[in-house]
Ligand binder design. Structure first.
Ligand code: SAM
Length: 179
């Protein structure tokens, strides 16, 4: 084969592969937006640690992250001793990435990632809810959380607060609520 032609085919293949990857990743970002949630912006490690410390997790707690991204909050929750954790996530690339991280840390028996919208989450056995969503989503989530969580459950939200609900604690833009 002509070496110039070979380089041309190779370059074209790489460009097509890069475009497909971009469509997969950024296209996946649109799925949660159409389901009334925030696009993927990860919590920093520092924010994740602050959120988990504000939740005051105990060894009997079941923790839920409504939009779990790459699993950072669930992993921190298990590291500090939560009994179990569930993440709801719709972006296929993030689901794969979080499962890879969870398996690598040996937490697969304690953390499950559900490819379901958090609007359908069953929260009756949940002690701690973690959030990093948008203002419009917070507005709607307030009703769901107040109706479904048991009294005493904690909710920790990164960056966004609930309208007309006073947090019991606020630290570095993170809000703690107790139902
Ligand atoms: C701002 S990111 C936060 C990710 C992670 N919780 C963190 O703190 O790093 C919001 C996440 O919610 C997910 N999401 C948005 N709407 C959702 C829905 N209806 N159901 C499940 N996940 C959703 C997005 O895919 C995204 O990963």
């Amino acid at each position: 084969m002509d070496p110039i032609f070979f380089i041309f085919v190779l370059m074209a293949t790489l460009i097509i592969a890069a475009n497909l990857l971009a469509i997969y990743w950024f296209g996946g970002m649109l799925i949660p937006i159409f389901h009334g949630g925030a696009p993927y912006i990860p919590s920093t490690q520092e924010k994740a640690i602050t959120m988990i410390s504000m939740a005051k997790i105990s060894p009997t707690d079941h923790v839920v992250d409504m939009g779990s991204g790459d699993g950072i909050l669930l992993i921190e929750a298990i590291k500090v001793g939560a009994k179990s954790a569930t993440g709801y996530e719709l972006h296929p690339g993030l689901i794969k990435r979080s499962i890879r991280k969870i398996n690598k840390l040996g937490f697969s028996k304690k953390i499950e990632i559900l490819k379901e919208s958090f609007w359908d989450a069953d929260l009756k056995n949940t002690d701690v809810v973690l959030l990093y969503q948008t203002s419009p989503a917070m507005n709607k989530l307030k009703l769901k959380l107040k109706n479904e969580l048991k009294p005493g459950s904690r909710i920790v939200s990164n960056a966004f607060n609930f309208p007309n609900w006073k947090p019991v604690q606020e630290k570095s833009g993170i809000y703690l609520y107790i139902v």
